[in-house]
Design a protein around this ligand. Structure first.
Ligand SMILES: [Zn+2]
Length: 125
């Protein structure tokens, strides 16, 4: 992932202000915003701030146990939707409650029979 150094960069305002204040009459401006030194300073300062505030550098990973009930509903209805393992389990349990066995569940959720059995908490035979 790379963010271009341009006016739409989240730190463009900071970098641009620093550049105008520290050396007016500048030379080449990256993205028409600030020189490389000022971009660098703005980015480094932002990283330091993130560390000081203990902000995660990247968004936290999605909660693996989060279950999107709409996705589960759609998958149980036979729609091909990407599901997390927790959602597959929820869909399998829902189908089992509706009278489906591991075989039909594996077909419905596009998983192997063994996986369907595992999702239902049974030992694969
Ligand atoms: Zn500068």
């Amino acid at each position: 992932m790379s963010v271009h150094l341009s006016g739409s960069h989240p730190l463009a305002t900071v970098a641009g202000r620093r550049c105008r204040q520290s050396h007016p009459g500048r030379g080449f401006l990256l993205g028409g915003v600030a020189c490389g030194v000022c971009w660098e300073a703005a980015i480094r300062a932002d990283e330091r701030l993130a560390v000081e505030c203990e902000l995660p550098a990247a968004p936290p990973p999605p909660d693996r146990e989060y279950v999107d009930l709409v996705a589960v509903e759609r998958a149980a209805a036979g729609e091909r939707v990407p599901l997390t393992r927790a959602e597959k389990r929820a869909a399998a349990v829902r189908l089992a409650a509706a009278g489906y066995g591991p075989g039909p569940i594996s077909v419905r959720l596009a998983v192997s029979g063994a996986t369907a059995a595992l999702l239902l908490g049974r030992v694969a035979s």
